[in-house]
Every structure is written in structure tokens, then in C-alpha cells.
Design a binder for this molecule. Sequence first.
Ligand SMILES: Nc1ncnc2c1ncn2[C@@H]1O[C@H](COP(=O)(O)OP(=O)(O)O)[C@@H](O)[C@H]1O
Ligand SMILES: [Mg+2]
Length: 617
Amino acid sequence: MSEVERSDDSRAKFSLRVWRPIVVRALAHRGAVAGLVGGGITVAAIETALPLMVGRIVDEARLGAEATLLPVLALYAALFVVFAIGVWIFIASAGVVATRTADQLRRDAFAKLQTLEPAYFDVRPTGWLVSRLTSDCSKVAGILPWVMLDFAWCSAIMIGVVSAMCITDARLAMWALAAVPPMALTSALFQRFLIRAGREARRVSSAMTASYGEMLLGARTTKTLVREEANLADFQRLSAEMNHWAMRGAILSSIYMPLIASLAAFGAALVLWKGAGDVLAAEGVTLGTLIAFMQFAALFAQPVQELAQRFADILNASSAAERIATLLMTEPKIGDNAAVRTPTDQERRIDTLRFEDVSFWYREGVIVLESFSLEARRGQTIALVGSTGGGKSTIVSLAARFYEPCAGRISLDGTDYRERPLTWFTAQIGIVPQVAHLFAGTVRDNIRYGRLDATDDDVERAAMRVRAHEFIATLEHGYDTEVGEGGERLSTGQRQLVALARAVLRDPQILVMDEATSSIDTATEQLVQAGVDEVLRGRIAFVVAHRLSTIRRADVILVIEKGRIAEQGTHRELLARRGRYFELYTNQFAADRERALLHLKDEAKVETVASLIDDDE
Ligand SMILES: Nc1ncnc2c1ncn2[C@@H]1O[C@H](COP(=O)(O)OP(=O)(O)O)[C@@H](O)[C@H]1O
Ligand SMILES: [Mg+2]
């Protein structure tokens, strides 16, 4: 499991700091927050007033004072209406705060992700990021309004009830409050156990999820290696453990609730015991007061339980909050430095891009490129070939400023590219990746993605230039054909053509193709090749290719081995050298053309291929 995946709920440390960015965003919705707090306080005030009124009604009724009884009853009914409105307001407000906060968090997290350098995504699986944006945001935003509400409501109830009791009868108040400390203590104790059980259950649950995932992903491997029984045993062990903690949690909660209720009843009993004598002895305590106090004593169970529950909620969501806070606070590693200024018209045109003694490493100590130098001029196509892991992708990623050099510099007409605004530079780059990424939408939308303000005409012209128009015209709805999720309704070659049209539409000064044609078959490649040539024209182009036939027309071919240029020259020059390129080319040529060639002796192969090449030219 990666470092990222390990930060699950089970390891959450409690820290209020991580809630800050979430609370700030929730508080921004002032109206809803006011409704929440106001609703909570209103409800608490009425809950405090009702026992007093009941007491009053009882006393008035006993005295037979019907004249004053009626208005009190009317007020009682009116308070119920206000109570209902208060409840409605806080539920509605909580909904608003939860939805808006989740939405804001999601937007901010999304915007942040857009600013982060591609390296950030290297180590974080897409699934992980998606759940940060979806479940984590909803989880924390869903909890927060209820915490705010309960905080307002509980504080108001405690303050209201205690003051009401103290004003009415301070001595009886002491008795009524006697049960509160044991309630709070019991609550704290139980919550500790409950939180532990919940945490363990979540830990086991994520282990189970991982186990499911591995089993599903590797179902074939599992079967062929006859690992079913071992997997099942693992799963059953986890399942039993899960059961244990879930049961424990259930039993604890089943004891907790009645226990708090009993303690509250005990408080009420104390009031009854102490107060009843006074009522009978007519020592200033009326029957109504006694009834009110008994209700007050019972009322305390609620805030204690609610606060404990909210505290547990906060703990449960703490790791989600932490992940969101961390994401929101991540600073992009690649961004504009102090020397950046808007380029002048003259500076906007890029004639040369130069690697000057560039060294680069992904991890300290593991050097990938060392003192690498290279000049690429407008109109040139630089082809990079060489064995896997040699550093070709690294070189083009540096050129595209996905990464920046660790030492040395990359210059645009003599100026370090870090002295140009990143967004401007990014707009000058066109990328045709190995697997063309299409979004669900029409063919037209997907081409337009290269330049959003392009007209329909622009889109079609771009498609014609790369010879994509022909296939698009044969689609059921032409340019308005839906390509499906990830472009699934198009073939690999068709997707690649759409990607090329997109690149041409963007009209970038610098173009990068990293193995863009390696996933398509030879027949399709013929089709795409014309498009590729069109895309490359007039730009600074870097082409990484496995398929050597695609790069024969490059101006310069660099053979990259272990982060260095092993050979450099045109196709003809390099073949004439009979070095590494010749070796790569002949091997592949042989493989591509006829298997039969492989059966020839080496000498014969060289000759045959050489003659084929000459035929080709
Ligand atoms: N994101 C990365 N993090 C760490 N190391 C990497 C990363 N990408 C590539 N490397 C390493 O850098 C070296 C060059 O890789 P790469 O540029 O992808 O080579 P190529 O494209 O020629 O196959 C390899 O040793 C590879 O393992
Ligand atoms: Mg590569």
C-alpha cells in the first residue's frame, strides 16, 4: 500500500486545526449559519420555557385562577408553533450549509488540483483523488452544520435551564444538577470505548475493501495459482475481526443510552425526593415548580448525549478533514517565480528551445539526466529513440515544463523558461499522448478542447488537415457523434486522429508526441502518419517513438541511453554509422516486415534490410 492509501480513518489523530479550512468555508454562508444558530437557540429557549409554563399552568389550575390560565394556555400553544418553525429553520439551514460547503470545498479542491504539477498525480491514484473530491467533501460538510447547531443548542439549553432553575429555587437547582457530573463522566468514558470500537471497525473494513479489490483485480491470477483457499481464509479472518468490533460497538451503545437516561431520571428523582417534602410542608416550593424542576433534570440527558455524539462524529471525519485540508494547503511546486513578467510580442514567438546543461532527478541521488544539452529550432522535428527507461519521456516532460530542471536551464530564445508566465508557456505547448484522452461528448467538442474559442469551421479545417475528416464524415452523426466515455465508441486510431486534430487546432509553437503512435497497428499508422506530418510542420517538435518508421523524416534523431545522447544525426547519417540506431532500426524493421527475415543470418539480414531501406527512400 502506498503512503497515500495508508492515511485511512483508523489512524486519525484528533486535531481541530484540520477543520479550519472547512469551518471558514461554512461560516461564509452567513445567512444559513445565522438560521442554524438562531433556530437552535430559539428551540432551546422554548424547551427551557415549557417546563416553567407547565409549572405555572399547574399552579394556576390548582388555585382555580381560570382568568390567567387561558392566556398561559394560548401562549403555550403559540410557543409550540414557534418551536416547529425553529426546527424547520435549522434543518433547512443545516441542509444549505452542508450542500454549499461541500460544493465550495469541491470547487476549491478541484481548482487546487488544476494548479498542481503533473508529478503530484504520479504518486496519487485517480481513485484516491476522486474519493477526496466526492466522499470526503460530503462527509465533512455534512457533519459540520449539525455540530454548529448542537453547539448553539446545547449551550443555550445549559445556560437557560441553569439560570431558570437558579432564579426560581437555588437550593432545588443544586439537587436537580447533581446528576449532571456523573452523566458527563459516564459519557466521556463510554465515548472513549465507542470511538475505539468504531476506529477498529473502520480499520478492518478498509482492509476488507482492499482485500476485495485485490481479489477482483487479480481474479484470473488467483484462479490460475490456486490461491482461492488462502484468500478465503484471509477474508474470513478479517470478517470475524470486523464482527467482533461491530458487536462490541453495538453492545456498548445499547448500554450507553439507557444509562444516561437512568442518570437523568435519577436527577429527577432527587428533585422529587427533596422537593416533595417542601411542597407538602408548604415551604415556598409549589407543585408547579416541582414539576418544572423534574422536567429540567430530565432535560439534561439530551445535551450530554448530543455533544458526545457530535464529538464522535468529528473524530470519525477527522481524517477526511485532514486530507482535504492537506490538499487545499498544498503549494504547487511549479509556478511563476519573481522574475516573471508578461512577454512582449517579440518574446511571444519562440524560435529556439535549448536544454543547457540540464540535470534532473525525480528522487535525490537517482540522477536521470546529467548535463544534458540540446537545441531545437522552429520548424525542426527532434526524434528521440532508445531503450525503455533511457529518459526520453523525462526529456519531453521537461520541455513541456511538467517538471523543471534540477540544475542547468531550459531557455526560449536565450531566456530561462521559468522567467515566462507558466500559463502563457503552457498555452504554447501541444501534447499528443500515447493514449489519446477523449472526454464524453461529441467529436466536435473533443477537437474543440484544443482551443475553446474555435468556430465549427476551425474545427473542421483542423480535422481536414490531419486527414481525420474522412472518417468523421462516415460516422452516423458526423461531427456531432457522441464518442462515449473516454472515447470508447471510436477505435484507437480514430481517437489518435481526433487528438491530432485537437493539437493542430491549438496551433502550438512547441509540440510533444510521446509514443503517440505506438499503440496503433501498422495499417492505421499509415492513415495517421499524414496527420502527424501535418501537425509537426512549422513547430518545434519532439517526437518519442518506438516505431522507428514514424521518425525517419525527423530533422535530428537522438538516441538516448541512460540520460545521455548516445548518437545524433539524421536517419541516413545514423544508418551509415552502423551503430546503436542501426541496431535498433534493423531489429525492428525485421520484426515489423517479415518474420522470415529473422531466420536469415545476421550478415544477410543487414544486407536485406539495407536494400529494403534503399528501396523505400
Ligand atoms: N515519475 C517518476 N518518478 C520516479 N522515477 C521516474 C519517474 N518517471 C520516470 N522515472 C525514472 O526515470 C528514468 C527515465 O524514465 P523515462 O524518462 O520514462 O524513460 P523512457 O521514456 O525513455 O522510457 C527511469 O529510470 C524511470 O524509472
Ligand atoms: Mg517513456
